[in-house]
Design a protein around this ligand. Structure first.
Ligand code: ADP
Ligand code: MG
Length: 692
């Protein structure tokens, strides 16, 4: 017989046959090791189950008893109520379900069950609406399902809590001792972390809440620690292996640039630019995250960094996530840098082939100083004469691996990553933890917060008539049409129809222009130019105007179908106005609101602070969806919640970076297990990084 191992298929476990193995596979579980990392979503303390007569009012409790009644009532045609009474000798409690008649078959008088949920007293009886329930059989193992702190798992069709719990118990009993501990003993001591195999066992079947907290912390620490080790190794490798550019101290070009600006840089812009200069003038390549709220003036800082690279005899590139954004940046940078004699070019796939070939050869010959394009374009087929700086306009779409490949060839360019809207610190440390961090935490002076109002569909005329007044008074306005994610074509059509309707009806007499993603590059440019010059008064657009559009005379942003946009998108869209000393306004029009959408509208009405909005976003959506670690080339988080576990994140980060500073390649034999684990966690590597 072979030795049992964590890689064994789940079918090796007692009680798992081909049928259950298939059910488990639906949960993404195929091996015993995989099963052990299917952590409970919550726990129920059944060690101190209270008798029904003492069940707390309005508390979440778990009670058990024998079924004494099952009755179903039809109150109206559309409403049936199932009522299941249980008794434990001290009292009777009712479980109540609405419109779930099929549940009736599950309950038979005399069966023993557990109900848990919020206890209510209504109409003289004690009840729980929609309780979670579990049948108790006489042959049940008390030590697993009752009289203890019981794990509650995420399930899939065809598998019950009880079955999964029993299977888990045998997995824990037979296999948890095989989980190897890869963590340095010193770190474990310093952070008071219990050993791994007992933590795995305790997280599934805790002896006490205290031990549960301890064990959970260990597993959370591990998850965050592995990510941080990966980031630390990446950062180290980049700094030591590659030769970077030493850009020159600022010369007259930058002095003139500042002089030409119609305003002074804010203190925050100055400070951040100094940080960037320091980094660019060193031999080691810069890898820096530039954060700042919408309208805080990141573009100006990026432009100065590009000018510095060009002034040092090198080229700059700006990578945007979409073509339309690349075009916006092109317009902005041309305006900012054109006066300094910098040759700026746009490289998008919409360009005629001849023009594209010309641009490519000019780049190779060093006849273009700054090129703007999408991530894809710049990475693939572009040869530079001497690429000294890459600015990445991030938009949450550019993972650690791509960052690493950028730094692939020859001399390594400096890299500046900009996020369009701020992201919470905890997210920044997880997804961008290999980067240094600069933040513009101050807005240009004289800005008034945008006054924001949510209007239901039937009141939207108010928004439009306000918009008309503003335009009549000489201002301009944006109207954003509802988001259609499925098809760019449908989206373009929707915008076209909306513009037509507004021209014929509510906005008759005004000059209404249209912008969408299906237009040719030149057409877009001319629409933007006319709007900028004030030739058109209202710009109807898809969310393509989300980033980079800068027309300070615009004071109204009206968003149709606002419920379809996420918070950071709404914030970004709103950031298109409020760019002058004039008071600006934002109207969010929505037809029907889900609970989450209603919260988003409330957040938008209550604050214009991007950092606060980012945090609310994280709270509303929860870390799972918000983090999207997978798309960043990061492992999924199975137990850690970087929002709540922020203190552990800081501990893990500190230990990871210290360890990698001591042993950059994890070559010490004492770190062999850790290196193995790292390969397991990042199976495709992290781009640059190969751990021996
Ligand atoms: P971001 O890219 O961070 O969203 P922008 O760079 O687009 O912000 O700047 C927003 C607006 O503020 C632009 O109109 C820009 O010209 C203006 N601006 C930038 N810096 C300053 C400053 N220091 N003082 C006044 N206005 C500024
Ligand atoms: Mg900008």
């Amino acid at each position: 017989m072979t030795q049992p191992s964590l890689g064994d298929p789940v079918q090796y476990l007692k009680g798992v046959g081909p049928y259950r193995a298939r059910q488990l596979e639906k949960l993404g579980i195929t091996t015993v090791g995989g099963l052990l990392t299917h952590y409970p979503k919550r726990y129920e303390d059944r060690s101190t189950m209270r008798p029904i007569s003492l069940a707390g009012f309005a508390d979440v409790e778990t009670v058990s008893g024998a079924i004494v009644s099952v009755s179903e009532r039809h109150v109206r045609k559309s409403l049936s109520i199932l009522q299941v009474g249980i008794s434990d000798g001290t009292g009777v409690l009712f479980g109540i379900w609405f419109n779930q008649p099929y549940l009736k078959q599950r309950f038979r008088r005399g069966d023993r069950v557990i109900f848990s949920g919020r206890i209510e007293r209504k109409f003289g009886s004690v009840q729980i609406e929609n309780p979670e329930y579990e049948e108790l059989d006489s042959d049940d193992d008390e030590s697993i399902h009752t009289s203890r702190i019981v794990p509650i798992y995420g399930l899939t069709e065809g598998i019950s809590q009880k079955v999964l719990r029993s299977v888990m118990k045998s997995a824990v009993d037979q296999f948890s001792s095989l989980v190897p501990d890869f963590l340095d003993g010193e770190i474990r001591d310093r952070r008071a972390l219990p050993d791994l195999s007992s933590s795995v066992s305790q997280v599934h079947f805790p002896r006490s809440m205290d031990e549960l907290q301890h064990s959970r912390k260990r597993l959370v620490f591990d998850e965050l620690f592995m990510i941080q080790v990966g980031l630390a190794v990446t950062k180290r490798a980049r700094g030591s292996v590659n030769k970077g550019f030493r850009h020159l101290p600022d010369g007259t070009a930058l002095e003139e640039f500042r002089r030409r600006l119609p305003y002074r840089l804010t203190k925050a812009q100055d400070r951040v630019y100094d940080e960037i200069c320091w980094d660019m003038e060193r031999q080691e390549p810069m890898n820096r995250l530039l954060q700042g709220d919408v309208g805080s003036g990141k573009t100006e800082v990026a432009a100065m960094a590009l000018l510095k690279a060009v002034g040092s005899g090198h080229q700059g590139a700006l990578m945007a996530p979409t073509e339309i954004l690349a075009e916006q940046h092109f317009i902005n940078l041309n305006e900012l840098l054109g006066g300094a004699g910098v040759r700026v070019a746009l490289l998008v796939s919409g360009l005629p082939k001849k023009q594209k070939d010309l641009a490519l050869s000019a780049l190779g010959a060093g006849e273009i100083d700054v090129v703007i394009g999408t991530h894809a374009l710049i990475q693939r087929d572009v040869e530079f004469f001497s690429l000294g700086l890459v600015v990445v306009d991030e938009q949450h779409r550019f993972g650690v691996r791509q960052r690493a490949t950028l730094a692939g060839k020859g001399c390594t360019p400096d890299v500046l990553v900009m996020t369009a809207t701020p992201i919470p610190r905890t997210l920044a440390l997880t997804l961008y933890g290999d980067l240094d961090y600069s933040v513009i935490d101050e807005m240009p002076p004289g800005r008034k917060p945008v006054v924001t109002q949510h209007l239901p569909e039937d009141k939207k005329r108010r928004g439009y008539s306000f918009l008309k007044d503003q335009v009549t008074a000489g201002r301009q306005a944006f109207v954003v049409c509802p988001l259609i994610e499925e098809s760019e074509w449908l989206q373009a059509e929707a915008a076209t129809i909306l513009a037509e309707r507004l021209r014929r009806q509510v906005l008759r007499g005004l000059n209404v222009a249209l912008l969408h993603g299906r237009m040719a590059t030149e057409e877009k440019e001319s629409v933007m130019r006319e709007f900028r010059d004030g030739a058109s008064q209202v710009l109807v657009s898809t969310s393509v105007i989300e980033v980079g559009v800068d027309v300070p005379n615009t004071t109204v942003m009206l968003i149709e179908g606002a419920e379809r946009f996420g918070l950071s998108q709404l914030h970004q869209l709103r950031g298109r106005v409020g760019r002058s000393a004039e008071q600006s306004f934002c109207f969010l029009i929505s037809s029907s609101l889900s609970e989450e959408a209603r919260k988003r509208m409330e957040v938008m009405e209550s604050t214009t602070d991007g950092f606060r909005i980012a945090e609310s976003d994280l709270e509303i959506r929860g870390p799972g969806e918000f983090f999207g670690t997978r798309q960043h080339g990061m492992p999924d988080l199975k137990i850690a919640n970087p929002l709540k576990d922020y203190p552990v994140l800081l501990e893990a980060r500190e230990e990871a970076f210290a360890l990698v500073a001591r042993d950059p390649a994890l070559a010490d034999p004492a770190h062999a297990a850790l290196a193995g684990k790292l390969r397991e966690v990042f199976p495709e590597g992290m781009g640059l990084v190969t751990v021996s």
